[in-house]
Design a binder for this molecule. Structure first.
Ligand code: ADP
Ligand code: ADP
Length: 223
């Protein structure tokens, strides 16, 4: 369970991107919906320990995310909004390299991890191809594979379906749903259908504040 309490983030220029956000996020897929500028990325980056909130608290199980970010990083998988890849490197080599960075030092264990992930996201047939040749959907599936290295307990995906065609989008979301059965997955998006199709729980963010929280079917009627 991820618990966010009274979280506020004010940027250096005075923008109050998060304004007293309180959210309880259980295991499974959780949708974070909101228009551009709502504060979604700021919230995602705060949870991912990439920026320190102005005030408030974030807890994941026993971990105090703000006080001990290193502990959170060990159980975190993150697919950022502007996920960049090294274009000339193959999918296999890139994933292998990221597994090294994640601390999987044992060669045999790393090989098994990389192979299993490439199979899971259906990129095994193109594992030797340079990432530059990947379509948007393939890139996002690669992004999920790298986020899954090391069996994370908390997975954050920020605007993952932007620019995907319907088929790639479905493929990607099905993959995410599979992953999301056993861990906490936060899906940040401005696309209502991403959430209604997939997430048993959601929150709607606007102007840095939680406007609605609950089951999508109950909430959509109020929107
Ligand atoms: P902090 O207070 O967290 O250090 P800053 O306000 O100094 O944040 O901004 C950090 C960076 O983000 C700066 O390079 C700034 O130019 C850039 N930035 C400023 N406004 C925006 C914005 N609306 N959206 C995205 N980036 C921005
Ligand atoms: P979303 O992901 O929902 O589009 P963001 O978290 O990116 O929302 O932005 C929330 C608000 O904070 C917006 O008004 C945005 O312009 C502002 N903002 C985002 N990053 C920065 C930054 N680095 N410096 C100043 N303002 C920022």
């Amino acid at each position: 369970m991820l618990t966010i309490e009274n979280l506020t983030h004010v940027y250096g220029n005075g923008t109050r991107a998060l304004d007293d956000v309180t959210l309880n996020i259980p295991k499974g897929m959780f949708g974070l919906l909101g228009p551009n500028g709502a504060g979604k990325s700021t919230l995602m980056r705060s949870i991912a320990t990439l920026q320190t909130p102005t005030s408030g608290s974030i807890r994941f199980g026993d971990i105090d995310v703000i006080k001990t970010p290193d502990q959170l990083r060990r159980v975190l998988g993150y697919l950022p909004q502007d996920f960049g890849v090294y274009p000339r490197v193959s999918a296999y080599d890139m994933l292998n390299h990221m597994a090294v960075l994640k601390g999987i030092a044992n060669g045999k264990e790393r090989k098994e991890t990389v192979e299993a992930l490439l199979n899971q996201v259906n990129l095994w047939p193109v594992r030797g191809k340079a990432l530059a040749g990947f379509s948007g959907g393939m890139r996002q599936r690669f992004g999920i594979a790298q986020a899954l290295i090391g069996n994370p307990q908390l997975i954050i995906v920020d605007e993952p379906t932007a620019g995907l065609d319907p088929q790639e989008r479905n493929r990607f979301l099905n993959l995410l749903a599979e992953v999301g059965e056993s861990v906490v997955v936060i899906l940040s998006t401005h696309i209502v259908e991403d959430v209604t199709d997939l997430c048993p729980r959601m929150a709607m963010l606007a102007g840095g504040q939680v406007q609605l929280e609950g089951a999508p079917n109950d909430l959509i009627r109020q929107m």
